[in-house]
Write a protein that binds this ligand. Structure first.
Ligand code: RIB
Length: 313
């Protein structure tokens, strides 16, 4: 029963990532030569689920794949990573796809075609409400319909289940929903869109965060890539510096951060420790190609942290 109480339930997308590695991003109308093409299991939801499971979390996923070979493979891959998949829906639509270009500096650009991810409904959430009730934390992103995300947050809130919302890809979210989220985890551009304010300096970021607090959300973790991560609430500010690593592919760095943060919270770690571990998981994900292929295990994360004690604060 104790085990069950630590359940991290990820409700989100499952994608097949089609990745080209190129020296730089092409301009509109331009053709350039790339050096490699690879496919990886991806999707922000599935990535965060796998990130949490590899770090020892007790993880279940709710989502939707197509009735195609790729969907089957992606489910097998989740299972291989010890993510509970029995409630994942199979719909008559193609499994979600992400077309990703990774440039020489490791920065990516992504086009996601949701496909089956868009077939998840609020009815599905109602049918699975016991899965939400039995979770310690529900983790959500924005690659499934917003109404589904909102409804899942409502159900979690009514049942006093903690929620993490990663508002990615960036979209506006009604204050009514933001006010029910336990931890909002945006990056700077997502925070800017959510708040309607610029986030180019520390002062601007503080103002944007204050706007979010006014909308009713009381805790935020802002991820700033190389500039580290902040926990922000109306009363507190906790900083965790980033770990300097060679950037191979930044895809899923945010997902690694969020999955790791979820595991740390479910495990009862203090916020500062949770932030540090999440930052380290994000850094490790940057050092390898692909989405789920880049997510560290608990052993890899612990080894990295013991080698980089200076970044511990
Ligand atoms: O966050 C990275 C993910 O975004 C990729 O795996 C891709 O599938 C897109 O959903």
């Amino acid at each position: 029963a104790d085990h069950m109480k630590n359940k991290i339930l990820v409700i989100g997308s499952i994608n097949q990532d089609m990745v080209v590695f190129a020296p730089r991003h092409p301009q509109p109308g331009e053709t350039i030569l790339g050096q490699d093409f690879q496919m990886f299991p991806g999707g922000k939801g599935a990535n965060q689920a796998v990130a949490a499971a590899r770090l020892g979390g007790n993880v279940q996923m709710i989502g939707c794949v197509g009735q195609d070979a790729i969907g089957k493979e992606l489910l097998q891959n989740l299972e291989l990573n010890k993510v509970e998949i029995s409630k994942i829906k199979k719909a008559a639509a193609p499994t979600g796809t992400a077309l990703i270009t990774v440039a020489g500096d490791g920065q990516n650009s992504i086009v996601v075609v949701p496909g089956a991810n868009a077939m998840l409904t609020t009815d599905d959430i109602d049918k699975l409400s016991t899965e939400i009730q039995s979770a310690k934390i529900v983790v959500l992103q924005l690659e499934i319909p917003l109404e589904v995300v909102r409804h899942a947050i409502d159900v979690a809130y009514q049942n006093k289940v903690l929620t993490i919302l990663n508002p990615a890809p960036a979209a506006k979210i009604p204050a009514e929903t933001l006010s029910k989220v336990t931890y909002l985890i945006p990056n700077e551009s997502e925070l800017s869109l959510l708040s309607g304010l610029p986030t180019n300096s520390d002062l601007e970021i503080q103002k944007a965060a204050n706007r979010i607090f006014k909308m009713g959300c009381q805790q935020m973790v802002l991820t700033r890539g190389k500039s580290g991560a902040f926990y922000l609430s109306p009363q507190h500010k906790i900083f965790a510096p980033a770990f300097a690593v060679p950037a191979v592919d930044t895809t899923a760095a945010g997902d690694a951060f969020i999955g790791s943060f979820g595991v740390a919270l479910a495990g009862g770690f203090a916020l500062q420790t949770a932030l540090t571990r999440a930052s380290a998981a994000g850094a490790l994900a940057v050092t390898k190609a692909g989405a789920q292929s880049s997510l560290p295990t608990k052993e890899e994360l612990d080894a990295f942290l013991s080698k980089h004690p200076k970044s511990l604060s």
